[in-house]
Design a protein around this ligand. Structure first.
Ligand SMILES: Cc1ncc(COP(=O)(O)O)c(C=O)c1O
Length: 439
């Protein structure tokens, strides 16, 4: 059913249920806890903000609680999954999701913390080359991180940060404009840092081209993959990306504030002269407990670790990664495209009945447009502009058991995710939206 033509869809319950019957991943919905509304599962569209809890998470965390109860400090070595090396059980699966070698990935800290730690090493401004290129309206935490990094090095952030903006009257950034900005500022840029998927518009950036062009001009390139990891196809190693960081609580369903990921390309692993903020978890594992004064950098992303593993949040992450492994990420990607196609069909149909000025406008750009080059499949986020409506529409949706996300002044963000959303969810959402629009 991949990329089914919108014309072939039908807006009926029977049709949606038939798609669910044919869906290879349909059973995975049963592996998640859903918040309830009037005794029924809500229509949960905020997997882009906080993914739902896998039912297995409790047992994974309970295992660590039991081992702590049983072994106390000895759990570092005697626990079923020894805490001393707990992060290592996450690496292989996390690396697969971002298209990296295991040595290039480590799960640690939180997202903004990781961005800062990585910029300590990879934002190395000089008097001539000190600027940072990023997308306009990046997530605020990223903006603050970039500003404070520039200021930490003694630059004025207004001068040091160059934002690529959408054109007048447009919402997303044309990819030719990103490439043109790199060319224009090539001699003054020390760093390019974009998100993989913009949190607001859902625009997927062409990370491969951005990295290639940046590198051609000797610029370091990093990405914030908060809205990309577990959502879109990533090939960080092959694209040659220098560094990246992501969180695990959105599409990776690992719980609020759960452990984040960091990627450092293999080509930097032997470069022990890279400056970094060090901690004991980044030193050679064999020497760590000798408690010596000298830091012996691990050759790999683990070098950037500071502290011992936050085992409970890592247990939640392991539970979630195992669900994704069972489902298979390529199947998730296929279903994601199918869900998006059906949602677009439903909203297009509603638009057909709406008065001018009240039609929903699609904010999230599509593949093969001026914003997303051909061959780059968007993720599952779908943002729409609710023209002529205010937050009352959002409140009404919530009252009817839909959980979308509202951004001022009038944007509804939805993310039908392949692991636990169904086609029936989309059909039911359409019926609720229609009734709220008095159609
Ligand atoms: C794109 C992006 N960057 C940064 C953050 C901040 O993440 P954290 O609070 O885990 O540092 C978020 C959180 O939603 C985000 O979406």
């Amino acid at each position: 059913m991949k990329y089914k033509l919108i014309m072939q869809h039908q807006n009926t319950l029977a049709y949606a249920q038939d798609l669910d019957k044919k869906d290879e991943l349909a059973a995975f919905r049963q592996r998640f806890h859903f918040p309830q509304h009037d005794g029924k599962d809500v229509i949960y569209f905020t997997g882009n903000s906080l993914g739902l809890q896998p039912k297995s998470t409790e047992a994974y965390i309970q295992q660590e609680l039991n081992d702590w109860k049983t072994y106390g400090v000895e759990g570092h070595f005697l626990a079923k999954n020894p805490w001393f090396s707990y992060h290592e059980i996450l690496t292989e699966q996390a690396a697969q999701l971002v298209g990296a070698l295991p040595s290039e990935v480590v799960m640690m800290n939180q997202l903004t913390v990781n961005l800062h730690l990585l910029m300590v090493s990879f934002y190395r401004p000089t008097a001539k080359r000190y600027k940072i290129l990023c997308e306009a309206k990046a997530f605020p935490s990223d903006q603050y991180a970039l500003q404070s990094q520039a200021e930490f090095h003694g630059f004025k952030s207004d001068d040091a940060i160059i934002e690529v903006e959408p054109r007048e009257g447009e919402y997303s950034i044309r990819y030719e404009d990103i490439l043109a900005a790199i060319e224009k500022h090539k001699d003054e840029l020390a760093l390019i840092m974009f998100s993989g998927v913009n949190y607001f518009t859902g625009q997927v950036f062409d990370m491969k081209s951005i990295t290639e062009l940046g590198h051609k001009h000797g610029i370091t390139v990093g990405f914030d993959l908060a809205h990309a990891a577990g959502n879109i196809d990533l090939h960080l190693h092959d694209w040659g990306v220098d560094f990246a960081a992501w969180c695990s609580y959105k599409y990776l369903n690992s719980g609020p504030g759960s452990v984040a990921g960091a990627f450092v390309h293999e080509r930097h692993h032997k470069n022990t002269s890279l400056p970094l903020f060090a901690g004991w978890w980044g030193t050679d594992k064999k020497k760590r407990f000798l408690m010596e004064k000298t830091f012996h950098p691990i050759e790999g992303a683990e070098r950037w670790q500071l502290s011992n593993a936050p085992v409970f949040s890592m247990a939640a992450h392991k539970a979630a990664l195992d669900v994704i492994t069972d489902a298979g990420f390529s199947k998730m990607r296929k279903k994601s495209a199918d869900l998006l196609s059906y949602l677009e069909f439903i909203i297009t149909e509603i638009n057909g009945k709406q008065a001018e000025g009240k039609k929903f406008e699609f904010l999230t750009p599509k593949e093969n447009s001026p914003y997303i080059p051909k061959g780059i499949q968007p993720g599952c986020q779908f943002s729409i502009i609710a023209h002529g409506r205010g937050k009352e529409l959002f409140h009404a949706l919530v009252k009817h058991g839909v959980v979308p996300d509202w951004r001022e002044p009038n944007v509804i963000r939805m993310a039908p995710v392949p692991l636990y959303n169904s086609f029936e969810d989309l059909y039911r959402f359409g019926e609720i939206l229609k009734s709220l629009c008095s159609l």
